[in-house]
Write a protein of this length. Structure first.
Lengths: 109, 116
C-alpha cells in the first residue's frame, strides 16, 4: 500500500542553520505531496504542497520539490529560526491522506 | 481566516465511560474527516464524510466508535466505552471536496483524550 517514510528526529539546529528533512514515498498512481507542521498542543497546519512531478512548493522560506524519479519530497529551509521548532509531517494523497511519522525540529538560539 | 473548530480541547475520562467530540468545519466544506493521532505518530484516518454520508470508515473501530454528520455540517465522534488505548489526539479536518489530493485538508486544533 501507499506509504511515507521520514527521517527520524529530533533534528537539532542552531538558529540560522540550513535545514533538510528527508521524505520518500511509495504510491501507486500519481499522488499529491504535502508538508504539514504541528506546533506543541495544536493541530496540523498546511505548510506547502505540490501536485505533480517537478512542482516546487514554497511557504515561509520553506521549499520542497516533487521528485518523481527518486520518489522524494525533501523539505528545506535556508535559515531556521527558533520559532520554526515544531513537528513536521510529510504526507501523500492518492485517494486518502497518508502521513509519515513526523520529524521533530528543535532550533536553539 | 475561516478555521475548523473542535471542542473540547482536552478531555480526561475513566475507562468504560462514554466520550464525545464535536467538530465544526469551514463553512462550505462538503468533506469532513476524523483522524486519530497517537503520541509520536502521524494522524490516521478514522472516518470520512461527504456531506452527511460516510464514504470511508474502514479504520473506525465500529464496536465502540461512532460518527455522525446529520445535517452535513458539524459532526460528532463518540467512543463508548472508552479504553486505555484510546488515549490520543483526535483531529478533525475539512476540505471543499474530496478528490485525489486536489483539495487541501484544513485541520482543527484537536481534542486531547486521556483515558485513566
Amino acid at each position: 500500500g501507499d506509504s511515507v517514510t521520514q527521517m527520524e528526529g529530533p533534528v537539532t539546529l542552531s538558529e540560522e542553520a540550513f535545514l533538510t528533512i528527508n521524505c520518500t514515498y511509495t504510491a501507486t498512481g500519481y499522488p499529491s505531496l504535502f508538508w504539514y507542521v504541528q506546533y506543541p498542543g495544536e493541530g496540523l497546519q498546511l505548510l506547502l504542497k505540490a501536485t505533480k512531478a517537478d512542482d516546487k512548493g514554497s511557504n515561509k522560506g520553506f521549499e520542497a520539490t516533487y521528485r518523481k524519479e527518486t520518489t522524494s519530497f525533501h523539505l528545506e529551509k535556508g535559515s531556521v529560526q527558533v520559532s520554526d521548532s515544531a513537528v513536521y509531517f510529510c504526507a501523500l494523497n492518492t485517494d486518502k491522506l497518508i502521513f509519515g511519522t513526523g520529524t521533530r525540529l528543535q532550533v536553539f538560539p | 481566516e475561516a478555521e475548523v473548530a473542535q471542542s473540547p480541547r482536552y478531555k480526561i475520562t475513566e475507562k468504560s465511560q462514554a466520550v464525545a467530540f464535536w467538530c465544526d468545519p469551514i463553512s462550505g466544506h462538503a468533506t469532513l474527516y476524523w483522524y486519530r493521532q497517537i503520541l509520536g505518530q502521524g494522524p490516521e484516518l478514522l472516518v470520512q464524510f461527504q456531506d452527511e454520508s460516510v464514504v470511508d470508515d474502514s479504520q473506525l473501530p465500529k464496536d465502540r466508535f461512532s460518527a455522525e454528520r446529520l445535517k452535513g455540517v458539524d459532526s460528532t465522534l463518540k467512543i463508548q466505552p472508552a479504553e486505555l488505548g484510546d488515549s490520543a489526539m483526535y483531529l478533525c479536518a475539512s476540505s471543499l471536496a474530496a478528490g485525489r489530493g486536489k483539495f487541501t485538508q484544513y485541520f482543527g486544533p484537536g481534542t486531547r483524550l486521556t483515558v485513566l
